[in-house]
Design a protein around this ligand. Structure first.
Ligand code: UDX
Length: 458
């Protein structure tokens, strides 16, 4: 078992650290934020991630994981140091690598024995060559260092499971030594390990995220066309997905992708390509489609209503997806300011994300409208003239169609997540708009063909 230090206790770092401890390694997580370290020592995960807290508490009690701000001590004792700090997006779309550089400098000044440094953060291709050189330049002691790339593929809301039961582990190394160390660290995971060069590993991360984003934008593009030609996107994706070359994942049309990865990684790859004088046309199209998709329902609703001024608007879901309190690049962050600008009185419900949203848009008057946060879907819907669904939380998926009819002043629903059967909504008198499904296909609805297979699509 290895002595592992993990730099950074965000999603990537903390989940990696807890999972390493879970399989038996001795882990020390390093963060510069003292408050965060105290929180974790008292058994609290500083962000919302189902299942992570219990696992962290269990491994802390077993003495397999600890937390510290004392990086020098932590790095000095470690056999391997994983870097999982953020690489936020700069205004021009490039990745800001200053957190990585800070950690690299601290490592160079601390280590006193041979050490493998593994970068988990998403970094542009070629960065880890530079990180290795940077550490070597600043090394205080005469020790062997090598930097490996080990990108992370976890999704928020299922991070622990994604890590412990990943489909593959990518390791990018430049020596047998580094490859063997990483292989033995990951041996207890019992997951296929793909061993490639460091630059290929860096590219695999960007290519994977960009491909998934492309899939979503492609299906949204087709959904928009389905509306125009009276086809049904859910039937179309069902038919497509039985071709194993296409697959059945990431084909859900909706209000566009958000989150901390897809928007940032598409921009970063686009930026990287441009630096080499190359234009990634598919990536550009992916970003363009997503940008338009996020305001699609607002634009449609603007044509439907004369005005949003003084209109009660229910918003169901604020986060970029369920299972997280993360709002980054969510559709709500684009639509709420538009609605407020147009004078709407918003009543927003989100089971986990409302608190974070209120930090950006505090309750009360804002621009020409108002915003309030409510405890349940009923309070959002009551008396509302229009409802937008931005996130498919269980609380939202479970609303019976009659409730929209009963509680709303005018039951008009714009669903960005295609939650409801069109017939179920129209039968109870709800005016229902969704994505790529402007006609009800009664034959399939009757035979329940699609719904029989719905679980197949995910
Ligand atoms: C993603 C990748 O899945 C993960 O492998 C990577 O490491 C980080 O980025 P995450 O951002 O947590 O993870 O969420 P994900 O579940 O992939 O969803 C991203 C966005 O795409 C969400 O806004 C989601 O609603 C949207 N989405 C996803 C769709 O609109 N349709 C789909 O079919 C799938």
């Amino acid at each position: 078992m290895y002595k592992i230090a993990v730099a950074g206790t965000g999603y990537v770092g903390l989940v990696a650290g807890v999972c390493f401890a879970e399989v038996g390694h001795k882990v020390i997580c390093v963060d510069i934020d003292e408050k965060k370290v105290d929180l974790m020592k008292s058994g609290i995960v500083p962000f919302y991630e189902p299942g992570l807290e219990d696992l962290m508490i269990k491994n802390y009690a077993a003495g397999r994981i600890d937390f510290t701000t004392d990086y020098m001590q932590a790095y000095r004792e470690a056999d391997t140091i994983f870097i999982g700090v953020g690489t936020p997006e700069r205004e021009d779309g490039s990745a800001n690598l200053s957190y990585i550089a800070n950690v690299a400098r601290q490592i160079a000044e601390s280590i006193i024995k041979d050490c493998l440094i593994v970068v988990k953060s998403t970094v542009p291709v070629g960065t880890n060559d530079k990180v290795e050189q940077f550490i070597k330049d600043f090394l205080v002691n005469d020790v062997r260092v090598e930097v490996a790339s080990n990108p992370e593929f976890l999704a928020q809301g299922s991070a622990v499971n994604d890590t412990l039961n990943a489909e593959r582990i990518i390791i990018g190394t430049e020596s047998n030594w580094a490859e063997q160390v990483l292989k033995s660290i990951y041996k207890p995971y019992n997951i296929p390990i793909i061993s490639v060069s460091r630059r290929s590993a860096e590219m695999i991360k960007y290519a994977s995220n960009n491909f998934l984003a492309l899939k979503i934008s492609f299906i949204n593009d087709i959904a928009n066309l389905c509306e125009l030609v009276n086809a049904d996107i859910q039937e179309v994706t069902l038919g497509m997905s039985f071709d194993s070359r296409i697959g059945n994942k990431f084909l859900n049309a909706g209000i566009g992708y958000g989150g901390s990865c897809f928007p940032k990684d598409t921009k970063a790859l686009d930026y990287l390509a441009k630096q080499f004088g190359y234009e990634l046309k598919t990536v550009k199209a992916t970003m363009d489609v997503n940008k338009e998709q996020q305001t699609k329902l607002f634009k449609k609703a603007s044509q439907r209503l004369i005005t949003f001024n003084n209109i009660k608007v229910a918003i169901l879901g604020l986060t970029f997806k369920p299972g997280t309190d993360d709002l980054r690049e969510s559709a709500s962050l684009v639509n709420v300011p538009l609605l407020l600008e147009h004078g709407a009185n918003i009543f927003a419900f989100d089971p986990i994300g409302a608190k974070n949203f209120a930090k950006i848009y505090p309750e009360g008057k804002n621009r020409n409208g108002t915003i309030a946060y409510v405890e349940n879907v009923e309070q959002a819907l009551i008396g509302a003239s229009i409802c937008f669904i931005f996130t498919e939380w269980d609380e939202v998926k479970e609303i019976p169609p009659e409730k929209f009819k009963k509680l709303m002043q005018t039951p008009i629903v714009y669903d960005g997540r295609n939650i409801y059967k069109i017939d179920n909504m129209s039968e109870v008198g709800v005016e229902y708009h969704s994505i790529g499904r402007n006609k009800s296909n009664t034959r399939l609805a009757k035979e329940s063909e699609y719904y029989k297979f719905k679980t197949y699509l995910s």
